[in-house]
Ligand binder design. Structure first.
Ligand code: HMG
Ligand code: MG
Length: 324
């Protein structure tokens, strides 16, 4: 195996909450982010700079971002990267305005004694035309064009850029047979455009072990290094951890997850969230690998936020850990 350290990207406050229909207060979101920042996790998706009419739940992102910029670093030991999703240049410009007004540089490296926070953005393209149209109101080619100026502006501000390829293992409109070579081609394009890493996402949770392996082989054949790659699994069919093992065996060491398994649409029957961070940590630790994250702390947060949202805690490892 390539290395025994796995970096987990906590996506709960963004991917996990974006579909919640009931408005969640800014205070609860900040509380969630600040609790997560004390667990040892090093990357946290904190929100999206998207139009409120597209994703109403993310309307408080600007205020959350401003608050995080002006708060002291949450931990003495860990350097945290706060990540914001930006669908277009306007989203990044709105983020940059807040950086400029608060005087926060994107990368403010901490000295040995004082940890600091950094800012990064995620931009996204889809692997199918139907999903691209539904999610970003444009074709795949147009979405890639839209990304160029975002990367260019991010680079001038020293903001690290993450790319996403959605519906990589199944599309709600086009079904499970998404072309692995198409996913590899878009991933390679995002990296060539300057993305620092690309998260390949099984948005629908339709991925299976053999198709995950096939996809990883296509990515490798396209010359994509494991160090540039993250995997993002949803647990709709209960396959997220199986597919995670396939990814680990292949040498991938960055995985996305959400605390308590947050995510999914509460009104869409059967839809579930991201793989839960607690389950992911448990699996990785059970293999003798490391995350630097406290499973106990994460489990407490999963239980707390599930209660706040009035939903069931979707992490089995989280519930088991707390009942020990
Ligand atoms: P559009 O309606 O075509 O945009 O949406 P537009 O450029 O025509 O603008 C419409 C209005 O929005 C204008 O205002 C703009 O100024 C404003 P008006 O003139 O009507 O008053 N506007 C903005 N306002 C604030 N922030 C902005 C912004 N941009 C324009 N950034 C757009 C195009 C891309 C904006 C839209 O389709 C969109 O926001 N899409 C993103 C939706 C989204 O966030 N989906 C979920 C994230 S992706 C995902 O979940 C998958 C992932 O998690 C991986 C996985 O789980 O698999 C990443
Ligand atoms: Mg997701």
């Amino acid at each position: 195996l390539a290395s025994d350290h796995v970096r987990i990207v906590e996506v709960g406050p963004r991917d996990g909450l974006q579909n919640e229909k009931k408005a969640i207060s800014k205070e609860t979101k900040l509380d969630l982010i600040q609790r997560l920042a004390k667990t040892g996790v090093t990357t946290i998706e904190a929100g999206s700079f998207v139009p409120a009419k597209w994703v109403p739940q993310m309307a408080s992102t600007a205020e959350i971002c401003e608050h995080l910029f002006t708060s002291p670093p949450p931990s003495q030991n860990t350097k945290i990267a706060y990540n914001y999703l930006v669908p277009n240049i306007k989203g990044l410009e709105n983020l940059v305005k807040i950086m400029d007004s608060t005087g926060v540089p994107a990368d403010s490296p901490g000295s040995e004694s004082k940890a600091a926070t950094t800012t990064e953005v995620s931009l996204f393209a889809a692997a199918t035309e139907a999903f691209s149209k539904a999610n970003t109101n444009c074709t795949i080619a147009e979405s890639l064009e839209r990304i160029k100026p975002i990367v260019a502006l991010a680079k001038t501000k020293d903001i690290r850029v993450r790319g996403y390829v959605s519906v990589a293992l199944g599309c709600p409109y086009e079904g499970p047979e998404v072309s692995p070579s198409k996913v590899a081609e878009i991933t390679a394009t995002l990296l060539e455009m300057g993305a620092d890493e690309v998260s390949v996402a099984d948005t629908t949770g339709m991925g299976t072990a053999p198709r995950t392996m096939e996809l990883l082989q296509a990515l490798k054949a396209a010359g994509i290094a494991n160090t540039d790659l993250a995997l993002h699994f949803h647990d709709t069919y209960g396959q997220a951890l199986v597919n995670t093992i396939v990814g680990l065996e292949h040498g991938v060491r960055i995985f996305d997850s959400s605390v308590g398994g947050l995510g999914g649409c509460p009104y869409s029957k059967g839809a579930t969230g991201n793989v839960s961070t607690e389950d992911l940590i448990h699996t990785i630790h059970s293999l003798g690998m490391h995350t630097g994250i406290s499973l106990e702390e994460m489990s407490r947060i999963g239980s707390w936020i599930s209660g706040e949202l009035g939903r069931s805690n979707d992490s089995r490892a989280g519930k088991a850990t707390l009942s020990r």
